[in-house]
Ligand binder design. Structure first.
Ligand SMILES: C[S@@+](CC[C@H](N)C(=O)[O-])C[C@H]1O[C@@H](n2cnc3c(N)ncnc32)[C@H](O)[C@@H]1O
Length: 236
């Protein structure tokens, strides 16, 4: 599952440059019986199967020992019950040299994995997927593009939506007129100060319209607050 997405784009570039290393492990490889069983029926009955604790504990402990990972290495269980993933969590994650992500399957994992192995539980959104692989890829890609050298210029990530605490301003490229739609004049003016002012204003506008909740935690300047007051009647 990981080969396609990780064989392209920024992840491939980061791997080729030696900035990223992504190792995938098949939990079945840590099963003890000849059928390589990793699941079993839930105690107390109910539908579906659960992932057994032993292969997951054995696998994670084996990886930690073989790779000599520090005790501080986060062991993250991908789970819809977890903390909602966001840009802040992705930024914090860049300070670790190693992170272990556990991908569940079936009806989920034995609760002891959650309670006694994982140091954190992360959800990529309020919906349930069939497995933790796609959520793990989402986390890996979001963290990787914040790793210096992986994206062409790290500055390009610094005015991203959420990184600034706001929705990003609108962006345009050539042609300056496409069909009947022109690029705002200010962007063609060459006046950097005016361009910056326009971008901040548009960014605040979009945030007020689409994600006013973000403004509660975004550091705002006095000029921003003035602008928000001016924009309120305009935005209704
Ligand atoms: C079908 S789900 C199990 C859901 C579980 N029965 C529950 O209600 O919490 C199987 C696996 O997919 C992964 N998964 C599903 N949705 C996810 C989400 N929103 N975020 C992160 N991982 C998710 C988890 O690893 C989970 O163990």
């Amino acid at each position: 599952m990981f080969e396609g997405p990780f064989g392209e784009g920024i992840i491939k570039r980061g791997k080729n440059k030696g900035l990223l290393e992504i190792n995938t492990y098949d939990i079945r490889g840590y099963a003890k019986d000849r059928h390589r069983t990793v699941d079993d029926a839930p105690f107390g009955g109910g539908p579906g199967m659960l992932m057994k604790p032993e292969p997951i504990f054995d696998g994670v402990e084996d990886i930690i020992n073989k790779q000599k990972l520090p005790d501080s290495t986060p062991i993250v269980l991908m789970s819809p019950q977890g903390e909602p993933f966001n840009q802040k969590i992705a930024e914090d994650a860049t300070r670790y040299t190693d992170i272990i992500l556990i991908c569940g399957r079936y009806e989920g994992v034995d609760e002891r994995v959650r309670n006694h192995l994982a140091t954190r539980e992360i959800s990529i959104g309020d919906y349930v997927l069939g497995g933790g692989e796609i959520p793990a890829m989402v986390v890996i890609e979001a963290v990787s593009r914040l790793t210096v050298g992986v994206v062409g210029s790290i500055e390009s990530t610094q005015d991203d939506t959420f990184t600034t605490g706001l929705i990003q301003h609108p962006q345009y490229t050539r042609p300056s007129v496409y069909r009947d739609w022109s690029v705002p004049n200010v962007l063609l003016s060459g006046n950097h100060l005016e361009v910056e002012k326009w971008r901040r204003r548009e960014s605040l506008k979009k945030t007020i319209r689409r994600r006013p909740d973000l403004l509660k935690t975004t550091p705002l300047t006095d000029d921003d607050l003035k602008l928000i007051n001016q924009l309120k009647p305009e935005l209704g």
